[in-house]
Design a protein around this ligand. Structure first.
Ligand SMILES: [Zn+2]
Length: 91
């Protein structure tokens, strides 16, 4: 699989490290303790396992050292979109 880095161009996946799903957002720590605890449990431990396209965080450690948000289909390995994580709006 090759990932088109916005700075470096098309590079082999071995140059990248996968962090995980880009969708989870850190919950607000204020509020009722039991609901905050449940929200953090979901944030830290529970992940969806989509069969179709999803967004993941990738680090280009052997290249420009930027974090990327890669939207791809894990069933086909098709890369649909790549953007710098720093320029991605919070979901
Ligand atoms: Zn790069």
């Amino acid at each position: 699989m090759r990932i088109p880095c916005p700075y470096c161009g098309s590079r082999d996946v071995s140059e990248f490290s996968y962090l995980g799903d880009a969708a989870p957002q850190r919950p607000d720590p204020s509020g009722d303790a039991s609901s905050v605890e449940a929200a953090f449990f979901d944030y830290v431990y529970l992940r969806d396992n989509p069969a179709g396209p999803h967004r993941g965080l990738w680090y280009h450690g052997a290249g420009c050292r930027n974090w990327l948000v890669v939207r791809r289909n894990p069933s086909t390995h098709e890369i649909l979109e790549v953007a710098l994580a720093a320029k991605e709006p919070a979901a």
